[in-house]
Design a protein around this ligand. Structure first.
Ligand SMILES: Cc1cc2nc3c(=O)[nH]c(=O)nc-3n(C[C@H](O)[C@H](O)[C@H](O)COP(=O)(O)O)c2cc1C
Length: 362
């Protein structure tokens, strides 16, 4: 089995096992996906599967300026041109459903309301929003308001509606963003989540939000069209260590095994300023979780092949290499060199460092 063998992803045939990892590029100034984004994704349609950048499911779920949404008619229409272009180019594409929770700022919220979270604990981090003078730039995250129990159930429904909107926009499926310190982890994390209702406290309660979200989304669009991204032991955006952390991830692996999902996507944070998932935790998850597993974080061709050979995962996701190598599959297959990415152009701005990376030419 190699990176270039096909894979049956819940009935969706992938021509290879290379996944384009979700990457926020902040090129939607009005939150509506546009033609430039369509070109960017079309250029990368050779991937076995594209997972888009995170798309906020509601205005409340916004954590950064210029990120696209999946809640308005205009956004759905904008995404539709993207899915069409990718499909016409022979590709497959899932949308990442995003709610950033407390990793947000009042200037991004309707009526400058406080962002919401599982608790009222502020995230010691900065986000890209408007400062006091109305200038765009990094600002400290705002103090969040705690969601009521009824509101948590409403957010679960917001995810399901986002998934329905994504399917209407022509996506082949959705990936729930349960990684990297955003709202889902704000519930899972026992060091942060001290709620006293059914969504806080023991493992079973802290996993309720993610599992209810998975169920609601699966009921709406079919479990085989739903992926879930996780970052076990992640520390990004001020996620603390906690006592029963290993048990929490093990319990989640068990619960997800019977969910019939398209996949679980493990995102290692080491290369993006966070912490590596401990090897024994990743292996325990692989041993317990019965479905398709995608691995992401720091892969090149050699490491990807080694991970597949060792049976650590079924598909390998590439993030930064896809920014500068739109024809990544062809380069890996032919042993062609990879172009370097320009990190200064990751977020925002125009087409440079976005749609101007060429395919390989000898
Ligand atoms: C510019 C940039 C934006 C990212 N945005 C997201 C995102 O929207 N959602 C997400 O789950 N991960 C996001 N990530 C993490 C990547 O999906 C990936 O896990 C990470 O880059 C590590 O993989 P790599 O070493 O192949 O780049 C982002 C990473 C980068 C570099």
């Amino acid at each position: 089995m190699t990176l270039f063998d096909s894979y049956d992803l819940g009935g969706l045939m992938l021509p290879n096992r290379v996944v384009m990892a979700p990457m926020t590029r902040s090129r939607a100034p009005d939150t509506v996906p546009n033609g430039q984004m369509a070109l960017y994704y079309e250029q990368r349609a050779g991937a076995g599967l594209i997972v888009t950048e995170g798309a906020q499911i509601t205005p409340e779920g916004t954590g950064y300026l210029y990120t696209p949404g999946i809640y308005s008619r205009a956004q759905i229409a904008g995404w539709r041109q993207i899915t069409q272009r990718v499909h016409d180019a022979g590709g497959r594409i899932f949308l990442q459903l995003w709610h950033t929770g407390r990793v947000s700022h009042r200037s991004l919220q309707i009526d400058c309301a406080a962002p919401v979270s599982s608790v009222v604990t502020i995230a010691r981090t900065s986000v890209f929003a408007y400062d006091a003078n109305g200038e765009a730039g990094p600002v400290p995250a705002s103090e969040p308001r705690m969601l009521t129990t009824a509101e948590v159930w409403r957010v679960v429904e917001d995810f399901a509606q986002g998934a329905e909107n994504a399917l209407e926009a022509g996506f082949d499926g959705v990936e729930i963003h349960g990684a990297n310190g955003y709202l889902v982890e704000q519930f899972t994390n026992g060091g942060l989540n001290r709620r006293e209702d059914e969504f806080g406290g023991p493992i079973e309660n802290r996993l309720r939000f993610v599992l209810e979200t998975v169920s609601a989304v699966a009921r709406r669009v079919g479990a085989h069209k739903v992926g879930l991204r996780l970052s076990p032991f992640g520390r990004l955006f001020d996620m603390p260590a906690f006592d029963d952390e290993a048990e929490t991830w093990q319990a989640l692996a068990i619960a997800l095994s019977s969910a019939g999902l398209a996949y679980v996507h493990l995102s290692d944070q080491e290369k993006i300023g966070g912490k590596a998932t401990p090897e024994d935790i990743r292996e325990a998850f692989r041993g317990t979780y019965k479905g398709t597993l995608i691995l992401a974080g720091g892969y090149n061709g050699d490491r990807a092949r080694a991970a597949l050979d060792a049976g650590l995962g079924d598909l390998i996701a590439f993030g930064r290499p896809y920014i500068s190598n739109p024809d990544l599959v062809a380069r890996l297959r032919n042993g062609w060199p990879l172009a370097r990415f320009n990190a200064a152009r990751f977020y925002g701005g125009g087409g440079d460092g976005y749609i101007d990376y060429p395919a390989y030419a000898a």
